[in-house]
Design a protein around this ligand. Structure first.
Ligand code: CTP
Length: 423
């Protein structure tokens, strides 16, 4: 896919610049024509000579570089590129691009080019989470700039959180156009469930169904068959779904999911199960058939006797026969990042999942909101390499998640390809 692509690789100042040498090597190995441009501060971390040796081309560092201007010149260089990839992209670089500032060659090229721009941010986690950086990123995303990562984890500064530059192989995966897999069927659960107390009252939660519906909508738009099983929501069902089934209780969701999966068993499709629903863990043991009367309950304390609901996701992902090919869960957590990651990793293992999407409940994201920010963990890398998707509209997050799902499904194949190309 990268063979003969003309890539302008920008390096800005950050400790992650040491990984850019490996990134550059992999791009060259994949058959791309790579031209490296470095900022002044990047050269404090790694020398131009390293990239010159890897690409067999001079590295450009200044706008009015004698060698560059006597050759193709900086305007032609911007036109030459099929795309620009900046890795690492520092907080400073992100801010300059968001505001259209052009203090150096790299930012000038970004303003001149009409080609796609990819950024792999790398910075301290506080800097990444700062409102200013998040606003700059949101601005760039609206302009069509593609943001790869960052990852979440231990940082060079000793802190823990989102801001780590993705590994070179992950960045390369992010550059690949999405492959269409015609042999797949997606089964998605979404929204809340309602557990009756009596004919007029129920136990439920604040899930709006927006994230699950966004995933179903984007997948159906991309041409994939989708079965959506959802609780009571006030959203319109996306167009072109294979089926949409509305249920009320967790027990109904459980039965509906298993019926749909059984009906797909002989279709020889890869089944991807995405469990986005906020399923009630408990139901009232004996819901009243009549409306419960206040006069009867009061003045004593009202106690509801509850019993557990089935875990829909675990019942699907732990099946010995007929388990979907890839199972994805969501983990809604209120704890701070490192505990939330530990809970999510535990659910990933306990529920036998391939991928889990951690949603940390905050005022302006997750439940009921149009935006979301998530952290993704994979079975094959666990807590070591989480990927953080910063705050964006749920449709945008859905597109990024779909890309990550396909990347992960292909990852073993890709890793083998790299291993082969090494020899
Ligand atoms: N889930 C499910 N059925 C349940 C409970 C949860 O299918 N009865 C699924 C959710 O759709 C989600 C994942 O399991 O994909 C994790 O749900 P979450 O509510 O975060 O966790 P729980 O398993 O309920 O654990 P806890 O309440 O202790 O956090």
């Amino acid at each position: 896919m990268l063979k003969n692509k003309k890539i302008l690789l920008g390096i800005t100042g950050g400790i992650a610049a040491y990984k850019s040498a490996e990134l550059c090597r992999l791009l060259v190995k994949a058959g791309a024509h790579v031209q490296v441009v470095m900022t002044h501060s990047a050269q404090a971390f790694i020398t131009p000579l390293t990239f010159q040796a890897l690409t067999h081309k001079p590295v450009y560092t200044q706008v009015l570089d004698g060698e560059l201007e006597s050759g193709m010149g900086h305007i032609d260089l911007a036109r030459w590129a099929d795309f620009i990839l900046i890795a690492p992209a520092s907080a400073h670089c992100v801010a300059q691009l968001a505001h259209g500032l052009v203090p150096d060659l790299l930012t000038t090229l970004c303003l001149v080019t009409t080609a796609p721009i990819y950024l792999a941010p790398a910075m301290n986690q506080q800097m990444w989470q700062h409102e200013a950086t998040q606003e700059n990123i949101a601005k760039l995303v609206t302009r069509g700039v593609k943001i790869l990562g960052p990852g979440v984890g231990e940082q060079a500064c000793g802190e823990f959180g989102p801001g780590r530059m993705l590994e070179p192989a992950e960045i390369i995966q992010g550059l690949m156009p999405p492959e269409i897999h015609h042999d797949m069927h997606f089964v998605i659960t979404a929204g809340p469930t309602q557990e009756p107390i009596d004919p007029v009252r129920y136990i439920s939660n604040r899930s709006s169904g927006k994230m699950g519906f966004a995933l179903a909508e984007v997948l159906a738009e991309q041409g994939y068959p989708v079965s959506l099983i959802h609780g009571p929501v006030s959203l319109s069902v996306p167009k072109n779904l294979t089926r949409a089934i509305q249920i009320t209780t967790a027990q109904e969701m459980y039965e509906s999911v298993h019926t749909v999966l059984a009906s797909l068993e002989n279709q020889h499709k890869k089944i991807i199960f995405i469990s986005v629903a906020a399923v009630s863990d408990f139901k009232v043991k004996s819901p009243s058939l009549e409306k419960r009367k206040k006069s009867v309950e009061l003045p004593s304390l009202l106690t509801l006797e509850c019993e557990p609901n089935p875990d829909v996701l675990a019942s699907v992902s732990s099946k010995l026969r007929g388990r979907p090919d890839y199972c994805i869960g969501f983990a809604l957590e209120t704890a701070e990042m490192s505990s939330a990651l530990a809970y999510a990793e535990k659910k990933l293992a306990q529920k036998n999942l391939d991928m889990i999407i951690l949603n940390q409940l905050q005022a302006d994201i997750a439940f009921e909101q149009d935006n979301n920010a998530v952290t993704v963990l994979f079975k094959h890398t666990g807590k070591q390499k989480p990927i953080y998707l910063s705050k964006a509209p749920k449709t945008q997050i859905a597109k990024q998640l779909i890309k990550l799902i396909f990347n992960d499904i292909n990852v073993t194949k890709t890793e083998n390809d790299y291993a082969k190309s090494e020899t």
